[in-house]
Ligand binder design. Structure first.
Ligand SMILES: NC(=O)c1ccc[n+]([C@@H]2O[C@H](COP(=O)([O-])OP(=O)(O)OC[C@H]3O[C@@H](n4cnc5c(N)ncnc54)[C@H](OP(=O)(O)O)[C@@H]3O)[C@@H](O)[C@H]2O)c1
Length: 250
């Protein structure tokens, strides 16, 4: 009989937006748990570098894939490549996302569209691409990285919150379509996490080196919640988790 550890080694995961930040930490954690990980990002050099780092640290197979999750066909092709390479897709973590903020009065509507395309449609696309594989397997975990901004509104974050609320509506409906087929669907809603998300944000909030930045959660804290869900008994699931650093309240 194979040991649980051996069985785990054969499992595979896809993590989108894994060239850095939360996605990278989740991929690292899943690789430590024995998963073969396919990691997705838009920039080849960055996603290949991330794959090298994860392999060097865990000795676990890592497949770097270039895809823009806002494009359905790129997600479909990515899922095909992973299935071809690994033979299964046991865990999917739709994580890729961007933040562009500002009051409704000053916002550029094109930025709202970009957040809908990446944060919401990017999640929906990769889920739809992976779904036939998980249905055939009769088992799978889909754990979306959403946001505390999916649980209430925040001034200046209208477009971001709207895209994240869209993810929650999608996930809550989709979960009920697949729960009886062995597919568990989870939404993780973190508060502030220390990543370059804040450096790339179009406003001076929690920039590297600021006092606010030092109080954020670590990306590894989010990975911990992913590990919690995948290690639960198969007949138990975490539907959603809102979690944040102890200097915040959401
Ligand atoms: N940091 C926080 O405080 C926080 C809190 C709550 C929720 N979140 C959410 O957590 C997720 C990860 O955020 P993070 O903080 O880790 O951000 P990050 O450090 O900026 O990383 C974002 C990742 O997504 C990738 N990406 C962006 N657009 C993509 C696209 N269209 N297709 C494929 N990959 C794409 C980026 O790589 P490329 O640019 O190379 O493609 C990068 O790897 C996001 O959904 C974010 O909204 C973050």
């Amino acid at each position: 009989m194979q040991k649980t550890e051996d069985l785990k080694k054969k499992k595979s995961a896809i993590i989108t937006g894994a060239s850095r930040g939360i996605g990278f930490s989740i991929a690292m954690r899943l690789a430590q748990e024995g998963f073969r990980c396919a990691i997705i990002g838009r920039e080849r050099s960055k996603i290949e570098q991330a794959a090298k780092e994860i392999f060097a640290s865990t000795n676990s197979d890592v497949l770097p894939l270039v895809a823009d999750v806002s494009e359905w066909l790129e997600c479909e092709n990515a899922a095909k490549s992973v299935l071809h390479e690994f033979g299964s897709i046991d865990v999917l973590v739709p994580n890729a996302g961007i933040g562009i903020i500002g009051s409704v009065e000053e916002a550029n509507p094109l930025d709202w569209a970009r957040m809908i395309q990446i944060n919401y449609l990017g999640t929906a696309h990769i889920i739809k691409a992976v779904l036939p594989v998980m249905k055939r397997q009769g088992e799978g975990d889909i754990i979306a990285i959403v946001s505390a901004g999916a649980t209430k509104g925040y001034p200046e974050w209208s477009g971001y919150c709207a895209a994240k609320w869209a993810v929650m509506g999608f996930m809550d409906s989709f979960a009920q379509e697949v729960i009886s087929q062995g597919i568990r669907v989870t939404t993780l809603c973190p508060g502030g996490v220390d990543t370059s998300f804040w450096d790339d944000l179009n406003k001076e909030i929690n920039r590297t080196g600021s006092e606010g930045r030092s109080k954020l959660m670590a990306p590894a804290d989010v990975a911990e919640l992913v590990a919690l869900q995948i290690n639960l008994p198969r007949n138990v699931m975490l539907k959603s988790a809102l979690f944040f650093p102890t200097n915040e309240w959401h």
